[in-house]
Design a protein around this ligand. Structure first.
Ligand code: IPM
Ligand code: MG
Length: 351
């Protein structure tokens, strides 16, 4: 197969982890006889520095005409500490999600056999966890009206949802649940928020179309507690943008490290693959960041192209590296810590 993949390294550790995913993907292409052409493009603070905005039109063209987008990370502390900054790297990510129509963010949570004891959670609670958080990605409070009142001392952000936005996300959730253990949990705050009541109403109305799926409704605060207590109770979770942002960071604790969790963002057109972690500026340029989340995001990319053996080969080699202790410092725990690039080289060589 011929694949044209847009490559958005972004900021901080983005370029380093992306390099490893490229090495691994190229090794897969060689082994399985595919041809990958990579189309690099600017995004984030790197793009602000170069052309004054975080998701330039040229980058959008590159993404829109690619078969898939592989994305590193976005964000720079220079902007975090300056609340008055007019242009922020994160705006690039949001603009990209919106312009590419990536309304559903798929964030799987699973455990790695050799890492179970690295999680702060008890083995018996987490072993065998296999759930997916399906986060709405182009609506809600991230995109609602926001601003300051005249006096400057009052600020507001608005959580707005339209029925069609909930329906298209929920449809993906139901379809995903059908292929898995047929359990769907809608997570909201319907005891307080009107937008959450619309979520419930919409999902309830769809239940009749999926009689095989067992649907439950839970409040976000309760799930924040139950998810780390009883992760195996969950299969597919659908939730609003901000709730999903928070829950997926929490869920990464189950796997043992943020540096492990991949994601895909899908819509009607091209899909995007990215680690769930951020740009980790403290580690940028040091060759110490864990590249596995990005490498596993590449596996999700291959899987979505129906290249299942390729995806499995990546997962297998990642498991092998973990079992053999070829890991970066976040997972080394007193043992030898390998460099980001060394882990990438090892993975590519062992494919
Ligand atoms: C994520 C990140 C982003 C988000 C930030 C960087 C804007 O936390 O992808 O989860 O909040 O969506
Ligand atoms: Mg987040």
């Amino acid at each position: 197969m011929k694949l044209n993949i847009a490559l958005l390294a972004g900021d901080g550790i983005g370029p380093e982890v992306i390099d490893q995913a490229v090495k691994v993907s190229n090794a897969i292409a060689k082994k399985f006889n595919h041809e990958i052409s990579w189309s690099p493009a600017l995004t984030g603070a790197a793009a602000i520095d170069a052309v004054g905005e975080p998701y330039p039109d040229e980058t959008h063209e590159v993404c829109a005409s690619a078969d898939a987008v592989l994305f590193g990370a976005i964000g720079h502390p220079r902007f975090d500490n300056d609340p008055s900054a007019k242009v922020r790297p994160e705006q690039g990510l949001l603009k990209m999600r919106q312009k590419l129509g990536l309304f559903a963010n798929v964030r799987p949570t699973f455990t790695f056999p050799s890492l179970i004891d690295k999680s702060p959670l008890k083995r018996e609670r987490i072993e065998g966890t296999d759930l997916i958080i399906l986060r709405e990605l182009t609506g809600g409070i991230y995109f609602g009206e926001r601003g300051r009142k005249d006096d400057g001392n009052t600020a507001f952000d608005t959580m707005t949802y339209q029925r069609f936005e909930i329906e298209r996300l929920a449809k993906k959730g139901f379809e995903m649940a059908l292929k898995r253990s047929k359990k769907l949990c809608c997570v909201d705050k319907a005891n307080v928020l009107e937008s959450s009541r619309l979520w419930r109403e919409t999902v309830q109305a769809m239940e009749k179309d999926y009689p095989e799926v067992e649907v439950s409704y839970e409040f976000i605060d309760a799930v924040a507690m139950r998810l780390v207590q009883w992760p195996k109770d969950y299969d597919v979770i659908i939730t609003a943008n901000l709730f999903g942002d928070i829950l997926t960071d929490e869920a990464s604790v189950i796997a043992g490290s943020m540096g492990l969790m991949p994601s895909s963002s899908v819509g009607s057109k091209v899909s995007l693959y990215e680690p769930i972690h951020g740009s980790y500026p403290q580690a940028a340029g040091k060759d110490i960041a864990n590249p596995l989340a990005t490498v596993l995001s590449a596996a999700m990319l291959f899987e979505d192209m129906d290249l299942n053996a390729e995806a499995q080969a990546i997962r297998d080699v990642v498991n092998k590296s973990l079992a053999e202790g070829i890991v970066t410092e976040d997972l080394a725990e007193g043992g030898k810590a390998y460099k980001t690039s060394e882990v990438g080289d090892w993975l590519a060589k062992n494919i």
